[in-house]
Design a protein around this ligand. Structure first.
Ligand code: ZN
Length: 277
């Protein structure tokens, strides 16, 4: 439910984005649906989805879910249940924003710049860490379950967030929202405009050179980052992604330089890196 709400927090599609999304739809199996014109796509394929359905293919090659989610959100529920080879094929598009498909005699390239949101249980039964103590999974079972996600795939997921179980009482109490979706959407739009004014693109799409240019950090922040890289054994890719995320947190805070607290928050989102070591 939370993942599907993400669309409402993002700015409306630009005309260019709306056209790109419509073009991908028009060459897909289902064709273009005029009713969805200018709507940010949200796609949530089931974990039994084949590689062709997810990343594209066929004869002649057509776009898969990752391309149909271009400029929108791709939600993968129960991430470890997906076929491992299918998950690994997400690595290229998560890095480049495009997918190249080669089949005998046919080659095709489709755009695939999507916001990936994925969900998983803490263990096969879903109860690990729950104070009720109902989890009967062995440490070995939990380890194997989490290891279905490769290090290189996790590297490309910027934020890992643990959601503790909610009690019935918490669900039942009707609390007024502290902030409406509309207010958050305005903050997101303002932050994105700030990023485009500075780097001519969103922080998520900055290359290595651009990161050096735009992601300057305070000295204390550099030390914190160096410690985190050592302790968590982070890859160069994870390091760059933490810098970009810290840049975005600083942008939300309207700060021109990345402060130590911004980096600390960005590092705090690498929960699954901590579990791996
Ligand atoms: Zn369990």
């Amino acid at each position: 439910m939370l993942a599907s709400r993400m669309i409402g927090l993002l700015p409306p599609l630009t005309d260019h984005e709306a056209l790109e999304t419509a073009v991908v739809q028009s060459v897909s199996h289902a064709g273009m649906n005029p009713e969805t014109w200018s709507q940010r796509p949200f796609h949530a394929p089931h974990h039994t989805a084949s590689a062709v359905a997810l990343v594209g293919g066929g004869q002649p090659p057509g776009p898969g879910e990752i391309s149909l989610a271009h400029n929108g959100v791709l939600f993968l529920d129960e991430l470890p249940e997906f076929n491992r080879a299918v998950l690994e094929s997400l690595r290229e598009p998560l890095e480049s924003g495009t997918i190249r498909i080669s089949r005998a005699g046919h080659q095709a390239e489709f755009p695939a710049r999507f916001q990936l949101i994925a969900a998983m249980n803490p263990c096969p039964c879903g109860h690990a860490g729950n104070p009720s103590g109902n989890c009967r999974c062995t440490p070995d079972q939990i380890h194997r379950y989490r290891n279905r996600l490769s290090g290189p795939l996790l590297d490309r997921i910027d934020m890992h967030v643990e959601l503790p179980p909610i009690s019935y009482d918490e669900l039942a109490i009707d609390q007024p929202p502290t902030e409406t979706s509309q207010q958050v959407a305005i903050r997101v739009a303002t932050t994105q405009q700030r990023q485009i004014a500075r780097g001519n693109k969103l922080n998520a799409h900055l290359g290595t050179r651009e990161i050096e240019l735009h992601c300057q950090t305070e000295t204390a922040g550099q030390q914190l980052l160096a410690t985190a890289v050592d302790k968590l054994g982070l890859s160069a890719r994870a390091y760059h992604r933490i810098l970009k995320l810290a840049r975005t947190i600083a942008d939300l805070d309207n700060q021109s330089t990345i402060a130590e607290r911004h980096l600390a928050e960005a590092i705090g989102f690498r929960v699954l890196d901590r579990h791996r070591h």
